[in-house]
Design a protein around this ligand. Structure first.
Ligand SMILES: [Cu+2]
Length: 417
């Protein structure tokens, strides 16, 4: 298959950011005889021998190999990499083209947070399987060559009935009776979770958040329930020192039903000494952009709508077209963006982190703390974010990270000049 790698949350030069048409093609890959019919706009018609119909004069296509450069000049945090192929990102992620990427630095390690060998990344993703064990995905074109998108019942997003954590269904992980650092990614295409950790006695353990998408918070935030949308990350400390040896703590999804309520479980295997602590101040380098710093306020509506041969997902009434520049921002400028949703849309900006300013006129929620690169818009909500376009010039993207929405039009171009 054609593929292209995006390092999600990475501060990456545009040429290595994994623009959807900057494809790496298999040897001998040829364009289909006819363009697919689902159409994302005016750019359709001729291809680049890339297997889809989208015309993009700026695409940089290579065969078989490509070098990416990731300077990683950014705050330490949990990033993830995944395929970003034009029109076919969702099935590629579903098939496994995704993984974790940790950025560390000395200052973070000097904090004395619980860390070291106990640190446990959790990549949570739902999947569906056929009777023979093969991955099942409702693609319109199972060969993933011509017609993008999913069958009609899955237009809102493909949900699986098996919850995988680090590739294993509902795993049980043995832990010490000590604070455990968890680095959680929701790598699901479309499933939202509301996580809670519940012991055998029915009591909830605190989820102490120390980091967001883009690294350490200013101060810890304690949650009992923690919503996590596709592509969001949280760094958490869960303290198992009060759980008896042999006891079990289940990580549950309150938004699931039946088996999709279960995510994984921890079994406390042994007592352990632990000298770690969660400091009251975690970081002092978070940007504190103010509204008065912003040179521009922009509005974007994330809504369903008509592509020229069916239903899809639009930003500002338009489906994605790589040949159209939707936003031009000046390097160094601070802007406020107001994002409005019809249904749930986790909105992701490439290149930059942002702060959440408000939700439908109210203050941000506790889990909006820190520096984000993906914000979960709830149905009917208007979320304001503020950011500074910093780092590199070039062509970037913003889009919904419900992967099916993304493949069915819900992306836009962000040109930084
Ligand atoms: Cu969406």
């Amino acid at each position: 298959m054609p593929t292209v790698v995006h390092l999600h949350g990475g501060r990456t030069p545009a040429a290595s950011d994994g623009y959807p048409t900057d494809l790496v093609l298999p040897r001998g890959w040829a364009a289909p005889a006819t363009p697919h019919g689902s159409g994302h706009g005016s750019g359709h018609g001729s291809g680049h021998g890339s297997g889809h119909g989208m015309h993009d004069p700026r695409a940089v296509v290579t065969e078989v190999t490509r070098d990416y450069t990731f300077p990683l000049d950014q705050r330490p945090t949990l990033l993830w990499y995944h395929d970003h192929r034009m029109d076919f990102t969702a099935p590629a992620i579903w098939r496994g083209l995704a993984g974790l990427h940790l950025v560390r630095d000395d200052a973070e390690e000097a904090l004395g947070l619980p860390a070291g060998p106990r640190e446990l990344p959790l990549m949570i993703a739902d999947r569906a399987f056929a009777a023979d064990g093969a991955l099942a995905y409702p693609a319109l074109d199972p060969a993933l060559r011509e017609r993008p998108g999913v069958r009609e019942p899955y237009l809102a997003g493909a949900l699986g009935d098996v919850i995988l954590v680090n590739g294993a269904p509902w795993p049980v992980h043995e832990v010490d009776a000590a604070p455990l650092p968890l680095r959680v990614l929701n790598a699901s295409n479309a499933r939202h979770y509301e996580l809670e950790a519940v012991g055998d006695d029915g009591r909830r353990l605190d989820l102490v958040q120390v980091g967001a998408d883009q690294g350490l918070l200013a101060a810890p935030v304690t949650h009992r329930l923690l919503p996590i949308a596709p592509a969001e990350r949280y760094d958490l400390i869960v303290d198992f020192s009060g759980v008896p040896v042999g006891g079990r703590v289940r990580l549950l999804n309150r938004l699931g039903s039946g088996r999709t309520r279960d995510v994984m479980a921890f079994r406390v295997a042994r007592k352990a000494a632990d000298g770690s602590r969660v400091p009251a101040t975690l970081s002092t380098d978070l940007p504190d952009w103010r509204r008065s710093d912003a040179v521009r306020v922009r509005d974007f509506a994330f809504r369903t709508g008509h592509l020229h041969s069916g239903r899809g997902w639009l930003i500002g009434g338009l489906p994605f077209d790589p040949a159209r520049t939707d936003v031009t921002a000046r390097l160094g400028d601070v802007e406020v963006w107001r994002l409005i949703a019809d249904v749930h849309h986790p909105v992701h900006l490439h290149l930059v982190g942002f702060r959440v300013l408000s939700r439908s006129g109210r203050p941000p929620l506790p889990h909006d703390a820190g520096l984000k690169d993906t914000v979960s818009l709830r149905p009917g909500e208007a979320v304001e974010i503020i950011t500074r376009f910093d780092g590199y010039r070039g062509r970037y993207l913003f889009h919904c990270h419900n992967a099916e929405h993304e493949d069915m039009g819900m992306m836009a171009n962000l040109e930084i000049t």
